[in-house]
Design a protein around this ligand. Structure first.
Ligand SMILES: [Zn+2]
Length: 206
C-alpha cells in the first residue's frame, strides 16, 4: 500500500467587508450578539468575522469563495446567522473533494484495472469518456460531455473538485494509479480531462 497522498494541511485566507447599518439592528460579530452596539448592514446578519471564516474555508478547500456559495441570489439566506453560514461552509468545503473521494473509494474496482474503473464510473455518470494512453504511464480520461454543465459553469470549484475527488477515491482504493489533476474545458462543449499516472511509474522515493 502506498501512503495517502496530500498529507499537508490546506490553508485559506478570507476577507469580508460590511458597512454599518442605518437601521437599529444589533451587532452580530463572530457568532455573538452585541446588544447596544451598532449593527452591520447586509443580506444576512452582517457577521463579517463569520463570513471571513467561511471565505477562508472555501479558499482552503478550493471550492470558490463566499460569493460563489452565499451570494444575494440565494434569497433563503436573507437574515441568516453567521454561524449558520459557517456550518454550511464546513459542509460544502468538505463535501466537494472529500465527498467525491469517499464516493470513489466505494466504487467497485473493474477487473481491467483502475483506469478502466475510472472510465466506467465516468461513463455511468454520463460523461461519455474516452481514454488516451500517453507516455510515462500517463492516461487521460477525456470527458466528452458534462452532464453537470449548468452547475459546473455556476460553481466550477465544487463540481469539478467533486469529480477530481471521485478519481482520487478510485485511485486510493486501487493503489495502482495516482491522480495528477484535471484539465478543465468549457463544460458546455465538453473535453475536461482527468490525468492519472500509473503508480509504478513514479520516480523512486529518495
Ligand atoms: Zn459578509
Amino acid at each position: 500500500m502506498r501512503s495517502a497522498p496530500n498529507p499537508l494541511p490546506r490553508i485559506g485566507i478570507g476577507v469580508d467587508v460590511h458597512p454599518f447599518g442605518d437601521d437599529d439592528r444589533t451587532l452580530c460579530l463572530a457568532g455573538l450578539t452585541w446588544p447596544g452596539e451598532r449593527g452591520l448592514a447586509g443580506h444576512s446578519d452582517g457577521d463579517v468575522a463569520a463570513h471571513a471564516a467561511c471565505d477562508a474555508l472555501f479558499s482552503a478547500a478550493g471550492v470558490g469563495d463566499l460569493g460563489t456559495h452565499f451570494g444575494t441570489d440565494r434569497p433563503e439566506l436573507a437574515g441568516a446567522a453567521g454561524v449558520t453560514l459557517l456550518a454550511e461552509a464546513v459542509r460544502l468545503g468538505r463535501s466537494a473533494r472529500a465527498a467525491g473521494r469517499d464516493a470513489g473509494a466505494r466504487v467497485e474496482p473493474s477487473e481491467d484495472g483502475a483506469v478502466a474503473t475510472l472510465r466506467a464510473e465516468a461513463a455511468r455518470l454520463g460523461f461519455r469518456p474516452t481514454v488516451r494512453d500517453g507516455t510515462g504511464g500517463r492516461h487521460e480520461i477525456v470527458l466528452r460531455e458534462c452532464p453537470f454543465a449548468e452547475l459546473a459553469r455556476r460553481d466550477p470549484g465544487t463540481v469539478c473538485e467533486l469529480h477530481v475527488g471521485l478519481a482520487e477515491g478510485i485511485a486510493d482504493r486501487s493503489g495502482a494509479i495516482e491522480v495528477e489533476g484535471i484539465r478543465l474545458a468549457d463544460p458546455f462543449r465538453g473535453g475536461c480531462r482527468i490525468v492519472v499516472r500509473d503508480a509504478d511509474d513514479r520516480p523512486p522515493a529518495t
